[in-house]
Design a protein around this ligand. Structure first.
Ligand code: GRG
Length: 279
């Protein structure tokens, strides 16, 4: 177990210990053998230093619900692979046309566009494979997880969010429309991570409602915090629209809302620690 109280050294937070677990597990899941240029590009993208907030959320939720850590780790890593696939695609010239990601050259600049696209596609399929083959979970739960992950990426999830951002982002007039777009681009993957923790742990509907209320607030807070940091950058920015002071007030409200959703629960400390470590 790595419940907060079980962490051996006071200088290592729950998150830094869990992040190490995730990094190690991703390295194993994307092992070198047999060698392949596509695998090399996948490793380049996934093993670059990321915050790992989505797998950590899956782990924290499973721990909140006394669920099995190893299964949460496996599914959390599948979600990190989907996240990395979305980053590779987002950085392409036909999308956001970025140069740097996680302090490194973007995958398409390091390996070329065709290999970057193949790595993204392979990360998506690999994410399904590692859930399907995780026989510590009953088949019904594995199927539920695969369905969840497919729906999260598909035409009403991440892909739609990206389409709206690329084709209508600058013209979005209302704050609601911007929030909806951010929800699709960012929030749905956070919700998938939290739902995955619930599926792994066999949560009751009541438990799942609490976790999802917590996560909706966290997703909104994450995006707004990014917008506050990036107020000068081009693109749709909620903080630039409403002003820094109002954005900071909203951010506090979101975090209060997240903590209120789990207030009084037996294992609330792990999700409280998650909020403390990330925000
Ligand atoms: C087929 C998977 C797939 C996606 C197609 C390209 C696309 C649609 C969606 C891209 C969505 C996107 C890039 C949203 C931004 C999400 C976001 C907040 C990224 C930054 O996340 P962090 O801060 O980054 O967690 P690290 O590097 O720490 O993981």
């Amino acid at each position: 177990m790595f419940a907060t109280e079980a962490i051996p050294s006071a200088s290592r937070s729950w998150s830094s210990q869990a992040r190490q677990l995730v990094d190690d597990h991703l390295g194993k899941l994307l092992g070198h053998a047999p060698p392949s240029p596509v695998l090399e590009a996948m490793r380049y993208s996934v093993l670059a230093p990321g915050k790992r907030i989505r797998p950590l959320l899956a782990l924290a939720v499973a721990e909140f619900l006394d669920g099995p850590r190893q299964s949460a780790l496996q599914v959390g890593c599948a979600i990190e692979m989907i996240h990395c696939a979305s980053l590779i695609l987002d950085d392409l010239p036909c999308m956001d046309d970025d140069r740097e990601r996680r302090s490194r050259l973007c995958t398409h600049l390091q390996y070329g566009e065709s290999l970057a696209i193949l790595a993204a596609v392979s990360l998506l399929t690999q994410s399904q494979c590692i859930v399907a083959s995780h026989d510590a979970l009953p088949e019904g739960r594995r199927l539920a997880l695969i369905q969840l992950l497919c729906e999260t990426v598909g035409p009403h999830g991440l892909s739609l969010g990206q389409y709206i951002d690329l084709h209508a982002g600058g013209a979005l007039a209302s704050l609601e429309a911007i929030t909806d777009m951010h929800h699709l681009k960012t929030g749905v993957l956070f919700l998938a991570a939290a739902r995955a923790g619930c599926v792994v742990a066999g949560a009751t509907p009541e438990q799942e409602n609490k976790v999802l209320r917590f996560t909706r607030h966290i997703g909104l807070a994450f995006q707004l915090r990014d917008d506050i940091r990036d107020m000068d950058r081009d693109g749709v920015n909620m903080a630039a629209r409403i002003g820094a002071a109002e954005a900071r007030r909203k951010l506090r409200d979101y975090l209060d809302g997240a903590l209120a959703a789990i207030d009084g629960e037996r294992n609330a400390a792990v999700l409280q620690g998650f909020v403390r470590d990330f925000f």
